[in-house]
Design a protein around this ligand. Structure first.
Ligand SMILES: [Zn+2]
Length: 185
């Protein structure tokens, strides 16, 4: 498959996904639940995304997969069970140490989870009344920036993936303060 075909195929998939997401984010549906229920949901969701961003920040510069293996201690390779993988809570409960070997776990893990949770909460409060979809687009955009910022701060590089994603999103989704929607719709 040529590069152009792959790009067009990828573009079509992004537009199709954006249309599905637009339907899910029908404001009518969202307004049936109290606004601050969604505030809490966005914060908790953000903390969980933050946990995933930590994996990206650690593994992407090393060229490792972000999908597997599951979260483990970098010192003793102890595979972290789900009940010890709760954003913010686990780090505080174990006082920033591995449960198995006691090696220190960087405060960055806690910071990124908290920051992502607060940013998601902020995006919901700023854009949620207008459009949940718009709030989510900003959340994901800022999540990408968090990863790029922390990798850049530590390694002085920004992985190529970010530029590719930025170009694809920029080509197919119109993100403006008024509305975020697939281009051409
Ligand atoms: Zn360990």
């Amino acid at each position: 498959m040529t590069h152009e075909l792959m790009t067009a195929d990828c573009g079509a998939k992004i537009v199709a996904a954006a249309n599905v997401v637009s339907n899910i984010f029908d404001p009518e549906v969202w307004s049936r639940v109290p606004f601050h229920f969604w505030s809490l949901a966005f914060f908790v969701f953000g903390c969980n995304i933050g946990s995933f961003l930590n994996v990206c920040i650690h593994r992407m510069p090393l060229g490792q997969s972000i999908a597997s293996p599951p979260s483990h201690c970098p010192h003793c390779k102890y595979s972290i069970p789900w009940y010890l993988n709760i954003p913010l809570v686990t780090w505080l409960w174990l006082r920033g140490k591995c449960k198995n070997c006691g090696a220190p776990i960087s405060g960055r893990y806690f910071l990124v989870e908290l920051m992502t949770g607060l940013i998601f909460l902020g995006c919901w409060n700023k854009f949620g009344r207008e459009s949940a979809w718009l709030a989510l687009v900003y959340c994901l955009f800022l999540a990408g920036l968090i990863v790029a910022t922390f990798i850049d701060a530590e390694h002085f590089i920004i992985p190529d993936e970010f530029d590719r994603i930025r170009r694809h999103v920029g080509d197919h989704v119109d993100i403006t303060p008024q509305q975020a929607r697939p281009r051409g719709s």
